[in-house]
Design a protein around this ligand. Structure first.
Ligand code: FAQ
Length: 311
């Protein structure tokens, strides 16, 4: 690679200029973005499954309409993210193949089961809350197509987060049984939500380069800390207890300090051995196969339109 071009690229990144698809970029920058954006897209697509599980069982028409809209938004996010990833010169089919073959990762969080209606509240509140914390800084990512996609995604995520928190509020103020259901969901989703931010900084292999390239603006641990600080008062307001006996406010740092995260569980889930990994991928493969006729029909239609225009 041309040293002068690389130096110019870094100057542009430092000057907060956006890098666009046809601009020069180092091969490693392109690879990192293709990995992160496609894994983000896969997370949105696999992320439709845990909540999709409750669409037919939502407790009212209003809840059903909101959940249906949320799951459709996730599909939309996956599609813009694949489109952003494709601007790096890799075909969508290749990204999809990486997901279906199990070679690509997607967020660990979507490998946990949704056992009760309260899980839908906990996902909106915590999982979308964590996603927003991580994605707001990505609106300033140095790669233009990714940064722009994140702006709309974040607006939709904030509706998702409100939707979830409102479900939790309704349950927490409901019968003793409903409150217990909300507490149980919080107990199961809290630690996996903290794991969404990735390994501790010392073990984050990509952070140094991604920070240099202004893909990442905050470290994994910094974002996790911001999330805990924002979420503790929300739990208090709900009258629920976070499942961490070591959680305490540290007046010296001004932040909440949490107990130890079970990184062994995290490694196990990203290695494919979480409670739902096999099921999530099997469902995605089935759906991909049963949708083949749609892709074929769309391609045939596009070819016919093209031939008609040429005639
Ligand atoms: N799960 O060196 P780092 C959503 C992997 S939100 C699985 O720190 P990096 C919205 C990482 O890929 C969820 N794998 O990596 C929604 C790398 O492995 P690799 C999606 C993880 O990239 C809500 C290795 O560990 N959001 O979908 C995880 O610098 C509700 C080393 O880690 C995004 O993807 C994990 N939690 O930082 C949808 C946001 N953490 O690739 C439906 C964009 C780490 O070398 C319902 N991504 N790994 O094989 C990012 O910001 C970054 O990629 C991080 C990881 C922060 C996730």
């Amino acid at each position: 690679e041309d040293a002068e071009q690389t130096a110019r690229f870094l100057e542009r990144v430092d000057a907060e200029e956006r890098i666009e698809p046809n601009d020069f970029m180092p091969a490693a920058y392109r690879r990192t973005l293709a990995r992160q954006i496609s894994q983000h897209a896969h997370s949105e697509i696999i992320g439709m499954q845990p909540e999709g599980n409750w669409i037919t069982r939502a407790p009212s028409l209003r809840r059903k309409a909101a959940l249906l809209a949320k799951v459709q938004d996730e599909c939309g996010h996956g599609l813009y993210l694949y489109a952003a990833a494709e601007t790096l010169g890799i075909a969508r089919e290749e990204f999809v193949e990486q997901l279906l073959s199990g070679r690509a990762k997607y967020s660990s969080i979507f490998n946990y089961p949704t056992m009760t209606w309260a899980d839908i509240g906990a996902i909106g509140w915590l999982v979308d809350g964590a996603a927003i914390m991580n994605q707001i800084p990505l609106c300033r990512c140095s790669y233009g197509p990714y940064a722009r996609a994140m702006i709309r995604v974040c607006k939709e995520e904030s509706f998702h987060q409100r939707q979830g928190y409102e479900i939790m509020m309704t349950l927490a103020r409901g019968s003793a049984e409903q409150k217990a259901m909300a507490q149980d969901a919080l107990n199961r989703w809290w630690w996996p939500s903290l794991m969404m931010f990735g390994p501790p900084d010392g073990q984050s292999t990509h952070s140094d380069m991604s920070t240099r390239w202004k893909i990442k603006r905050f470290s994994n641990d910094d974002l996790r800390r911001k999330f805990v600080d924002a979420t503790v008062p929300q739990a208090t307001y709900l009258g629920l207890t976070l499942p961490d006996p070591d959680l305490r406010f540290d007046p010296e740092t001004g932040h909440w300090a949490h107990g130890a995260i079970d990184w062994e569980e995290f490694r196990n889930v990203i290695a494919g051995n979480g409670p739902c990994n096999a099921d999530r991928l099997a469902r995605r493969r089935e759906t991909h196969e049963s949708g083949a006729w749609v892709r074929e029909a769309a391609a045939a239609h596009a070819a016919r339109q093209k031939a008609r225009r040429a005639a």
